[in-house]
Design a protein around this ligand. Structure first.
Ligand SMILES: O=c1ccn([C@@H]2O[C@H](COP(=O)(O)O)[C@@H](O)[C@H]2O)c(=O)[nH]1
Length: 283
């Protein structure tokens, strides 16, 4: 993304993207094994070509594309240069970009991450960023402020899809589980948003989770990874998202990317998934 901050708030942009294209978000996750299976080098040039073919296959079909920052970062400055290009290309394809960087730190350092990913003219500016609240939701204040000021969004990790997460995130305190308190704190920050339009601050809840937090007070979007390779299903998505279904982005990465490198084959898989994961107008 380049050229200053977007004009409309993130929640409004997400709502119109979902209403036009459905609820499927596809990831660009250039794992080394996928680069090899696509016949590409495990280097920044391979990541660039992988991302180019991915966006050709699905950039115009989905409301949001989620580059997994780890697989760019592992190639150093050359990988970050590719990520900057990819964020621009996602915007050109008409999709929202969600940089999955899972940033989180003490407040003063978090301000640096906020400027890097959410400020108006940062080379890495994205439409929304994943952030970790496990230094305290309040430690993310600079990210909430910078996202708001620039019409961008955040997805705060609440109950992640990995099997190791439950011991920490499902632990219970005086006001319910840790994950629930994250959802509730994020929901408070969306309180000013009007009916029907989600606020700018969402949460991440995995489609693999048996004991998810309630999302009825969130008033914001949900990013739900875990479908496909991790075993989550449409029924899980419906069960977990509940009242937030209309504003839920269901992320699928490897299940799509394994159907490459043929662009037409990937496009067919995404078309099929996009039909399944379209909830606008559904109860
Ligand atoms: O709880 C979480 C948070 C983030 N992720 C990320 O989503 C994708 C999932 O990839 P698949 O290939 O579809 O399993 C990946 O980038 C994860 O880092 C998650 O899976 N769970």
């Amino acid at each position: 993304m380049t050229g200053g901050a977007p004009r409309d708030p993130f929640g409004a942009r997400l709502r119109s993207a979902v209403s036009a294209r459905g609820n499927l978000c596809v990831g660009i996750d250039p794992h080394p094994a996928l680069l090899e299976s696509w016949g590409l080098g495990v280097d920044a040039a391979g990541v660039r070509e992988f991302s180019r073919r991915s966006l050709e296959a699905f950039g115009d079909l989905v409301p949001a594309v989620k580059p997994q920052v780890a697989f760019f970062e592992e190639h150093g400055s050359a990988g970050f240069a590719v990520l900057e290009e990819v964020l621009t290309s996602i915007a050109e394809s008409g999709a929202l970009s969600i940089a999955d960087a899972k940033r989180g730190d003490i407040g003063s350092t978090m301000a640096g991450y906020a400027r890097a990913w959410l400020a108006a003219d940062s080379p890495l500016a994205c439409d929304a960023l994943t952030v970790s609240p496990y230094l305290g939701v309040g430690s993310l204040e600079a990210a909430f402020d910078t996202a708001s000021a620039n019409n961008r969004g955040l997805f705060v990790l609440a109950r992640t899809s990995n099997p190791e997460a439950g011991g920490l995130q499902a632990a219970t305190g005086p006001s319910g589980t840790v994950a629930q308190s994250v959802v509730d704190e994020v929901g408070h920050r969306n309180a000013a948003s009007g009916p029907g339009t989600p606020g700018p601050f969402g949460v991440v809840v995995g489609a693999t989770v048996a004991d998810p937090p309630r999302l009825d007070g969130l008033r914001g979007p949900v990013l739900m990874p875990g479908v496909g390779e991790q075993g989550g299903t449409l029924a899980d998505v419906r069960r977990i998202a509940g009242p937030a279904l209309a504003h839920t982005l269901v992320n699928v990465s490897r299940h799509v990317l394994r159907s490459g490198p043929d662009v037409g084959a990937m496009r067919a898989v995404v078309r099929d998934l996009a039909r399944t994961y379209r909830f606008v107008g559904s109860a």
